[in-house]
Ligand binder design. Structure first.
Ligand code: GLN
Length: 233
């Protein structure tokens, strides 16, 4: 498409492996709730963007150090992050799951004593996992992406992991050999938001919020969510 000088162009970062929010389809195109949402909002709000998929941690850093304009990456809105970022209207509710292998004998967090727990660098779930480390006496090992982290538990190198509930539930539904131990009691309930560097990119943030309100109101957003998760969500 032609570049229109009147339309602002932004660089947006995302987490490359965070289904159902952002992931690659079988043709290697980036799809997911966040990718579809960004597309329709940009169209409505008359801006264009370059989407840059990478690790969550890098995606967050590029925005906090001014190398990218915005991030949409399953990023939980937290009080600490509000010191660094300005967040949009929340677009998805989440909470932290603790997860073991499908056939694991582990029954409680106490069974993790002396075992290794896989965590993802820079995430809210890793902070939550880390906060339980002293009490339950496990070791931690860090990963840059969710798929590699899951795999470490599936193959039995790590005994458990912590990840956001909608993300692990989607993976399990799609055949990942893991199980959630606290499905009815997610830790640290919160929401995902689109974010910009604090005090910067006010126009982009306002466009996102206005566009999101419109697609929430006219049912487009619920259709996007249903496309990936089914109508019951
Ligand atoms: N929701 C988590 C966070 O904000 C994880 C995000 C992610 O891994 N993409 O830290």
């Amino acid at each position: 498409s032609t570049v229109n000088a009147a339309e602002p162009h932004y660089t947006i970062t995302t987490d490359a492996t965070y289904a159902p929010f952002t992931f690659q389809d079988k043709n290697s195109n980036y799809v997911g709730i966040e990718q579809d949402t960004m597309k329709v909002i940009a169209k409505r709000e008359n801006f264009t963007y370059t989407m840059r998929p990478m690790s969550y941690n890098s995606a967050a850093q590029l925005v906090s150090n001014g190398q990218a304009d915005g991030i949409i990456a399953g990023m939980s809105i937290t009080p600490e992050r509000k010191e660094v970022y300005d967040f949009s209207t929340p677009y998805y509710k989440t909470g932290v799951a603790w997860i073991v292998g499908k056939n694991s004998k582990i029954k409680s967090l106490s069974d993790l004593k002396g075992q290794t727990v896989a965590l993802k660098t820079g995430t809210a779930a890793s902070e939550y996992g880390k906060s339980l480390q002293t009490e339950y006496g496990f070791k931690v090992k860090y990963f840059n992406d969710t798929d590699t982290m899951y795999n470490d538990v599936v193959v039995g190198n790590s005994a458990a992991t912590f990840e956001d509930m909608p993300v692990i539930q989607y993976a399990i539904k799609n055949g990942m050999a893991l199980k959630v131990m606290n499905a009815n009691k997610p830790g640290n309930a919160g929401s995902y938001g689109f974010a910009v560097e604090k005090g910067k990119n006010k126009i982009l943030l306002a466009s996102f919020n206005r566009g999101f309100a419109a697609i929430k109101k006219d049912g487009t957003y619920d259709k996007i969510v249903a496309k990936y998760l089914g109508a019951s969500q």
